[in-house]
Design a binder for this molecule. Structure first.
Ligand code: ATP
Ligand code: MG
Length: 159
């Protein structure tokens, strides 16, 4: 059904508010003007967002920052990105990061919990909806995951 994109992003942040407060991680949400209500498979997109935000929290130090952004790009696509300023991912692991059960260096993941499925599930969902997902990362600097979704139908603007 129809979803307000800014509401959707605020609600992801709300679901993680306890962890965010505990870790003193800031979350910034930015929705480009003109991105309002869209027809989205809300349950599935929430699953993608939860996966990405949980990673951003897990792999970011205390007092880090997470940025959630949504904007329209060419050909009626919505682009959503989740960016953190955490530990980052080594170059050599970047090509395998979306594989099922793939985790970067067991030592650093051991204490974090998880199975290595989050990103592969996120990719399956995004692909099933006709979008793409990619990840950019700089070791020690942070990570940004960007996914796109086709804009199926736009409701009339409220104005
Ligand atoms: P699960 O999602 O099943 O709980 P997971 O988080 O380890 O477990 P994925 O979400 O698939 O699995 O991520 C795979 C690996 O990619 C992680 O183990 C981690 O090493 C690395 N990774 C994912 N997101 C980030 C991030 N934002 N910053 C740094 N490393 C990341
Ligand atoms: Mg994960």
């Amino acid at each position: 059904s129809t979803t307000f994109v800014s509401e959707m992003l605020e609600e992801v942040a709300d679901r993680f508010s306890f962890q965010l407060q505990q870790r003193k991680i800031q979350i910034v949400i930015r929705v480009e003007n003109g991105v309002t209500n869209l027809l989205l498979d809300r349950d599935k997109i929430d699953q993608v967002l939860d996966n990405l935000v949980s990673n951003a929290i897990k792999y970011t130090g205390d007092e880090g920052a997470i940025r959630l952004e949504a904007r329209k790009i060419e050909k009626d696509m919505l682009e959503i990105s989740v960016q953190d300023n955490g530990i980052g991912i080594p170059k050599k692991d970047l090509t395998r990061i979306f594989e099922r059960f793939y985790r970067v260096d067991k030592a650093r993941s051991r204490n974090m919990g998880g199975t290595g499925l989050g990103l592969s599930i996120a990719r399956e969902i995004v692909k099933a909806h006709g979008g793409t997902i990619q990840l950019e990362s700089e070791l020690g600097q942070g990570t940004r995951v960007i996914f796109t979704l086709p804009i199926q139908q736009e409701e009339e603007d409220e104005l």
